[in-house]
Write a protein that binds this ligand. Structure first.
Ligand SMILES: Cc1cc2nc3c(=O)[nH]c(=O)nc-3n(C[C@H](O)[C@H](O)[C@H](O)COP(=O)(O)O)c2cc1C
Length: 214
């Protein structure tokens, strides 16, 4: 049986909210941060391709430059760790082969035994030419969800952030000419005691409107 009771899970999910104001003095301890980073690494993705990079920003000089590039929101500056979730702009056979090498090495099998799997992935990649960034960005949002939930489980607050100038973030992080581009951000740290949104009731449609049992 898992240690987590259903009521404890419910409590964590309700505790999480999109933080508007972080306590700039509180930093996430290393051991807690490391498990949150594992949640990012362990995120599932289509075929397991992991078409992403997660840029973790703690450098105050870089964080300081973020609010003007974030619709003047201050969470990236005051949080402990600002995660910029990026997606690969495109996929190609070399990337698929690199992934399959990793599968072969990890599982101790010859790469040739994976040729069927390689063909299926290569076909998907070829068929979705021109849509790779869109496909990869959808995978990145899975990581965003996992990141926020994992953080809440260990008592760390977060704010998912789409209110970013993605091109300006790419420039700031040196991604412009890289294979990756900014998709979404997530500020992590600890809520400020004066953030009134912490006690605001959750706004959700009635369960009957959004859950259908058939
Ligand atoms: C993909 C995504 C992008 C968001 N972008 C922002 C943002 O830029 N700034 C912000 O303050 N909140 C942002 N939010 C937070 C949402 O407004 C918030 O999650 C929603 O209102 C539900 O409230 P709760 O998370 O507090 O339960 C974003 C949420 C998601 C999922």
């Amino acid at each position: 049986m898992p240690d987590l009771t259903p009521s404890a899970l419910q409590e964590r999910l309700t505790w999480r909210y999109a933080v508007k104001q972080f306590d700039a003095e509180r930093k996430i301890p290393l051991d807690i941060w490391q498990v949150i980073e594992q949640a990012l690494i362990l995120t599932p993705s289509s075929f397991g391709l992991q078409p992403w990079q997660f840029v973790i920003v703690t450098d105050p000089q870089i964080k300081q430059q973020m609010p003007p590039r974030s619709w003047h929101q201050t969470q990236p500056l005051h949080c402990s760790h600002m995660v910029v979730l990026t997606a690969r702009k495109s996929l190609d056979e070399a990337y698929v082969d690199r992934f399959l090498e990793s599968v072969a090495q990890t599982r101790g099998v010859a790469t040739e035994t994976l040729s069927g799997y390689r063909n299926v992935i290569r076909q998907s990649v070829a068929q979705s030419t021109g849509q790779h960034l869109n496909w990869n960005a959808r995978q990145v949002y899975i990581a965003l969800g996992q990141l926020m939930t994992a953080a809440a489980m260990v008592g760390v607050d977060s704010c998912p952030m789409e209110g970013l100038d993605m091109a300006a973030y790419d420039q700031l992080l040196g991604l412009t000419d890289s294979p990756y581009t900014t998709v979404v951000g997530c500020a992590l740290g600890y809520r400020s005691p004066s953030d009134k949104y912490a006690s605001a009731p959750k706004v959700r449609f009635a369960a009957a409107d959004i859950i259908k049992h058939i």
